[in-house]
Ligand binder design. Structure first.
Ligand code: ATR
Length: 283
């Protein structure tokens, strides 16, 4: 029989999403648990669209200790929680849940801090005073804008195909720093940005947003929140345009997982070896 104090029973965690089959999270958390001697199990669970509340409720009722939530359920996860962190509130989305006593559920969002840590600590890029261009204005952008603005950049321009969505994000975040919004056709008037972050879902189909040459030069850094075995379409575009520093989002994936792990287990795993072994595994 298991109880809260049964130390032989591993704590149960899961990642829920749709699709989920290719998720790297079980492997990442198994490696973190091994490094830090934690007894935990972590499984990937495919959840039907419309079935999130039931699935997460079952998992909680069956003794789950916490969960990661991925596309397309992050907004539902945020609403499911009974209380949350400031960064989840800003994002209106959660990728990490903690099940507490008395059926309380705490929600957090570690995506933004994962991106910022990969940029600042792994890549060594200081965001302070820098001009940032973000491609896209969907849920992925909403999740990272707060932590990016916390780094005191000179400004963030959000460019999106559907301009209204970029404007809505600008309105929502402008009290935290300089935020601009525009359409892709306005980019041809602009000088090169210090950093361009691709947060569109175009890369999933190997596509690119309509980009113009003048937004980058050899000093720019390009970062794709999407990752793949080979160069993503955006990383390839960046290299073709003379960018020396172009990265995909594998580091962000591992860093957001490390922050979730810390929230659950109060241990900070080493991320560099996990990023390296994942890179080898996917290529
Ligand atoms: P996510 O949660 O991953 O951000 P999303 O909310 O569906 O997913 O947002 C996807 C983003 O990628 C949007 O900004 C979308 O632009 P629109 O809002 O105009 O739809 C952007 N996107 C997807 N495919 C794109 C493409 N081929 N070119 C440019 N932007 C694209």
């Amino acid at each position: 029989m298991s109880s809260l104090f049964d130390f032989d029973t591993p704590s149960k965690y899961a990642v829920m999403g749709n699709p989920i089959a290719h998720s790297k999270s079980p492997m990442i958390h198994a490696e973190f648990a091994r490094q830090t001697n934690q007894r935990m199990e972590y499984t990937a669970m495919q959840v039907d669209i419309g079935g999130f509340e039931q699935s997460i409720g079952n998992f909680q009722a069956n003794g789950g200790a916490g969960a990661n939530i991925t596309v397309p359920f992050k907004q539902e996860a945020y609403r499911y929680a009974t209380h949350c962190s400031a960064r989840a509130k800003l994002a209106e989305a959660a990728n990490t849940l903690i099940f507490e006593r008395d059926n309380e559920v705490y929600a957090d969002n570690t995506d933004g801090v994962g991106l910022v840590r990969d940029l600042t600590q792994n890549i060594g890029f200081d965001l302070r005073g820098k001009s940032i261009l973000i491609l896209g204005a969907g849920g992925a952008v909403q999740g990272v804008l707060g932590p990016l603005l916390d780094e005191s950049p000179a400004g963030i321009t959000i460019v999106n195909r559907t301009i209204d969505k970029a404007y809505r994000l600008k309105q929502r975040f402008k009290s935290m720093g300089k935020v601009l919004a525009c359409g892709y056709e306005e980019l041809d008037k602009h000088d090169a940005y210090d950093i361009i972050i691709n947060a569109t879902s175009a890369g999933i189909d190997g596509k690119l947003p309509p980009l113009v040459d003048n937004i980058v030069n050899s000093n720019s850094l390009c970062y794709d929140m999407f990752y793949a075995a080979q160069d993503t379409a955006f990383v390839a575009w960046s290299k073709q345009h003379g960018v020396n520093r172009a990265y995909d989002g594998l580091g962000m994936l591992v860093e957001q997982a490390a922050e979730s792990f810390f929230l659950w287990r109060k241990q900070r795993p080493q991320t560099a070896p996990v990023i390296n072994s994942l890179r080898k595994q996917i290529s």
